[in-house]
Design a protein around this ligand. Structure first.
Ligand SMILES: CCCCCCCCCCCCC/C=C/C(=O)SCCNC(=O)CCNC(=O)[C@H](O)C(C)(C)COP(=O)(O)OP(=O)(O)OC[C@H]1O[C@@H](n2cnc3c(N)ncnc32)[C@H](O)[C@@H]1OP(=O)(O)O
Ligand SMILES: Cc1cc2nc3c(=O)[nH]c(=O)nc-3n(C[C@H](O)[C@H](O)[C@H](O)COP(=O)(O)OP(=O)(O)OC[C@H]3O[C@@H](n4cnc5c(N)ncnc54)[C@H](O)[C@@H]3O)c2cc1C
Length: 624
């Protein structure tokens, strides 16, 4: 089952090695993280990142191993933005020459970069960004400026205190004309003493939701006061400005400007499956240990995992963890395929890649955030403790519903893609890829449900047809209602809640389809495929609230712990007293409690100043 989850024996081996490397290194301890102040936590992040780099160099780790090392350190920090956004942005939007110059320094960590797009006043609406980059032909420079308070760059990870450079997105103005948003490489801080360069006001935007969590990251604010940069620091793969100041757009779609976001959205789907699997691992293992109430005759109490309500709340998340894992593996293939096509100027699958990455990022992160919160509740009071690992897991993964694109905004992008496809089908064009099912419109608009028993629901063809019919009918219904509106734009706006639902149905069809396709592969291990088939049935059935789920839950219950053990997480990475592999929950909870700084003294700080006088005074009053 480990191989089915990881994707290959090699993946299992590398993951095990990196997870153990992190778990065995005291520098990477994380059990006291939620007890640190914001400054201590930030400094701890710097220490871990520097140590990780040192180990990467010492051990000659590959890129795959280094990424896994960062992942198992499990502490958001500036390195995430450097590797996940700054480097990809230069790769995707820089010329060969610019890549050679800047990536050489970035790969050697001679500079630390971030991705500075969002502003105080605009995040979702990229075309609304206000920062300006005005070309000055007299000096062959761009003047980077924050014209308004709302144009302050706001949120970029690492910008606050760490990054020395950034790809800054700004309105390109030359010869008095505004050509819209383009990317520019800017140095922000001195490489000698790390002080901000002249004209740059920069700092952290303040504490964020949850203790520990994203507070390890210095999300920043930056204002630019007419800062000059050389013309050749405009990322010029998509467009150029000549020495004379002429704007020249290259022959690639302008949407490639958004390429970095597409890349990160596809990685976030894998992140979501990992976060969800961690929460499910904790809740399933604890549910097998925790016993509450038993037979009236004083017999042994019942494992809470045996309760049908616990199973109906938890097993859809177990199924979703596997579903998101498999669709994330497919999405990585899709992204690689699109990127290769772009190299040969084949832009035909760019819209599909945008719709799939936007839709899958949105659906998987929303479901994961909701599931982690429910897993906290599934663990009762102990799920609320930091030592359960669940509060921090929730706090780190909740913002994924917003960063890299607000989930509703992204679903509306999917809806726009679906409406375009429906109109193309109406004009006789055969849809391809993930919308190919829309070509079967006659059948799917009339077909009656062919599933009646639980066994029917384990028939992949039946499941797929039901999800295709559901998605198509919702999309066609939206298209028909939009056509009745005074204009396409007005109709789209009025119908936007329904369009979001139609987009979700389309994305869930993709997830179910990829789960089914995974089951058609050769899957190692005795009985593994059968278990995955049941999980596929649970994932599909729970989305349409089918009453036959109970039978499937009963069939999965005996293997539930084995199915989460297959995620192969070390206790260090899981970071949970409830989800420990050895199940020694109560002694672990008790031991963790005493680590809290509040327990450093038996009489708490503040007693002498505030508590003693109050108690003494009340005692005196009571004797009057
Ligand atoms: C180890 C520790 C763990 C820690 C966690 C680590 C995990 C990984 C790290 C993650 C770190 C995250 C840090 C966060 C970073 C950020 O948040 S960066 C900023 C992200 N911001 C956004 O995502 C903004 C979202 N908004 C947009 O993308 C755009 O504004 C928009 C909504 C797409 C609208 O764009 P606009 O230019 O207005 O276009 P439209 O008019 O809507 O559409 C025009 C056509 O273009 C097509 N299109 C749009 N986007 C794309 C695209 N990306 N690719 C391809 N095509 C695109 C669109 O479909 C339209 O096409 P037609 O319909 O054919 O005209
Ligand atoms: C932890 C974290 C890290 C981040 N890191 C970075 C980073 O490194 N670099 C960077 O550039 N940015 C970063 N961001 C910013 C992030 O990209 C934006 O917050 C995100 O794109 C959402 O934009 P917004 O904040 O403007 O939300 P808004 O768009 O203002 O959303 C507010 C509400 O309005 C709704 N809404 C907006 N537009 C529409 C519409 N057209 N139709 C219907 N509803 C709509 C949304 O659904 C939402 O409910 C980060 C954010 C977070 C939380």
């Amino acid at each position: 089952m480990k191989v089915a989850w990881a994707g290959s024996r090699h993946a299992v081996e590398v993951a095990d090695r990196m997870a153990c490397l992190v778990a065995s290194d005291p520098v990477f301890r994380k059990d006291t993280r939620t007890m640190l102040s914001r400054k201590e936590l930030f400094k701890d992040t710097l220490k871990k990142a520097a140590h990780a780099w040192k180990r990467t160099v010492e051990l000659h780790l590959t890129e795959e191993e280094a990424n896994l090392l960062r992942l198992y350190i499990d502490q958001p920090g500036y390195v995430d933005l450097h590797w996940v956004m700054f480097v990809p942005a230069i790769k995707g939007q820089g010329t060969e020459e610019q890549q050679k110059k800047w990536l050489t320094m970035a790969y050697k960590f001679q500079i630390i970069g971030t991705y500075a797009q969002t502003e105080l006043g605009h995040g979702s609406n990229v075309q609304g960004l206000e920062t300006t980059a005005t070309f000055d032909p007299s000096t062959d420079e761009f003047i980077m400026h924050s014209p308004t308070l709302t144009s302050s760059k706001w949120w970029p990870g690492g910008l606050g205190k760490t990054s020395t450079h950034a790809v800054v997105y700004a309105r390109l103005i030359t010869e008095g004309k505004d050509y819209g948003i383009h990317g520019f490489i800017m140095q922000l801080r001195s490489l000698d003493d790390h002080s901000p360069l002249p004209g740059i006001t920069i700092g952290d935007i303040g504490g964020k939701f949850g203790s520990g969590a994203y507070n390890s990251m210095d999300n920043g604010v930056m204002r630019l006061d007419h800062v000059r940069i050389p013309r050749d620091q405009m990322l010029m793969r998509l467009a150029q400005v000549t020495r004379e100041g002429k704007y020249v757009h290259s022959d690639v779609p302008k949407q490639l400007l958004y390429g970095t976001m597409v890349y990160v959205r596809q990685t976030i789907v894998a992140d979501a499956s990992r976060a969800l699997s961690r929460a499910v691992c904790i809740a399933v293992r604890y549910g097998a240990i925790r016993k509450q109430f038993g037979s009236k005759a004083g017999g042994p109490e019942t494992q809470v995992l045996n309760y049908k309500t616990q199973q109906s709340r938890l097993f859809p998340f177990l199924a979703s963890a596997y579903a998101f894992r498999f669709v994330g593996q497919w999405l990585k293939w899709l992204y690689t395929d699109v990127t290769q096509k772009l190299e040969s100027k084949d832009f035909s699958t760019l819209p599909e890649a945008h719709a799939c990455t936007a839709g899958l990022k949105s659906v998987t992160t929303s479901a994961t955030a909701d599931a982690i919160e429910e897993c906290q509740k599934l663990c009762g009071g102990h799920g609320y403790l930091n030592s359960s690992g669940l509060p921090e897991l929730f706090a780190v993964n909740l913002p994924a519903c917003t960063y890299e694109g607000d989930n509703v905004v992204l679903l509306l992008q999917v809806a726009r893609f679906l409406m375009k496809t429906v109109s193309q089908v109406a004009s006789g064009k055969q849809p391809v890829g993930t919308t190919a099912y829309m070509g079967n419109i006659q059948h799917l608009m009339q077909c009656k449900s062919v599933v009646n028993t639980v066994e029917d629901w384990l028939n992949p063809a039946a499941i797929k047809e039901v999800f295709e019919a559901r998605a198509l009918r919702m999309a066609v219904n939206c298209a028909q209602n939009i056509s009745k509106a005074p204009s396409q734009e007005e109709g789209f706006s009025e119908l936007s809640p329904d369009l979001v639902e139609a987009a979700v149905a389309h994305v869930q069809l993709i997830i179910v389809t990829k789960f089914i396709e995974k089951l058609q592969e050769d899957i190692l291990g005795h009985g593994v495929k059968e278990q995955l088939q049941k999980l596929c049935g649970i994932y599909a059935l729970h989305l349409i609230h089918n009453e036959r789920l109970g039978k499937l839950y009963a069939q999965v219950r005996p293997n539930a712990v084995a199915l989460v053990d297959a995620f192969d997480y070390t206790d260090h990475y899981l970071g949970s007293a409830l989800g420990r592999y050895d199940g020694d929950v109560y002694s672990a909870l008790y031991k963790e409690a005493w680590k809290d700084p509040l327990n450093e003294t038996v009489v708490p700080d503040g007693y002498q100043e505030h508590l003693r006088p109050l108690l003494k005074q009340q005692l005196k009053l009571s004797r009057l």
